[in-house]
Design a binder for this molecule. Structure first.
Ligand code: CA
Length: 223
């Protein structure tokens, strides 16, 4: 899943970027409201983490502008302000949730998972398809009785497939949601990762679940 972090404070921004990347998210960063609007118009994000105190704008205005420009993914506001009035204003501006600084990183991760869950039809922190079960909180994957160990990138790739089962996914859409702005569109990195993931998922299994659609991309489906 690809996130946009909007935060001007350098330390906080790098802490968020590092932590969220380690948690398996692809992360882009904007240091101002204007930069966030530009990035959001050029990329498709699954969630935006937005600081309220930005150098050029109030984050509440940024949230309203992003919504006006058609951003539909969840927005999580970060702010030092914790009065009820501020929370209400934030939510009215188009945000979906509000986290007060300082916060624990585990709570941030749990809120991000909860927001992603509201978007889909997922229950708890589990994603299931066929005999695959992904626990997003524990970051564990099982196929049937077998535990499958994945790298962070393989995990986010599988999560993207699991959130869009039976839907053909193009390489472009995979790159937009699983990789960040530094993705090189001329490379075959997606095919390489899909093949590695496929190999791990199909070890000792009869049924293949990730299928190639020639000229399009890939689909997670049962035969
Ligand atoms: Ca700030």
């Amino acid at each position: 899943m690809r996130l946009l972090i909007v935060e001007d404070e350098k330390k906080m921004a790098s802490f968020l970027k590092k932590g969220l990347s380690e948690a398996g998210y692809s992360v882009d960063h904007a240091a101002s409201g204007a930069a966030a609007e530009t990035l959001a118009s050029e990329n498709s994000y699954d969630l935006v983490v937005l600081d309220v105190m930005l150098p050029d704008q109030n984050g509440l205005d940024t949230a309203a502008n992003l919504r006006r420009d058609g951003l539909s993914c969840p927005i999580l506001l970060l702010s030092a302000l914790s009065s009820t009035k501020d929370k209400v204003r934030g939510l009215d501006a188009g945000a979906d949730d509000y986290l007060t600084k300082p916060f624990s990183f585990d709570e941030l991760l749990a809120r991000i998972r909860a927001l992603m869950r509201r978007k889909g039809e997922q229950l708890g922190s589990l994603l299931r398809f066929s005999d695959i079960e992904m626990d997003l909180a524990k970051r564990q994957v099982r196929r049937g009785e077998q535990t499958i160990s994945l790298t962070a990138k393989e995990f986010s790739l599988l999560e993207f497939f699991m959130r869009h089962p039976n839907k053909p996914l193009s390489r472009t859409s995979i790159s937009e949601h699983v990789w960040d702005v530094h993705f090189d569109s001329d490379s075959n990195v997606i095919d390489v990762y899909v093949n590695m993931l496929r190999k791990k998922l199909s070890a000792g299994q009869e049924r293949k679940l990730i299928h190639t659609i020639v000229g399009v991309g890939y689909v997670l489906k049962e035969d």
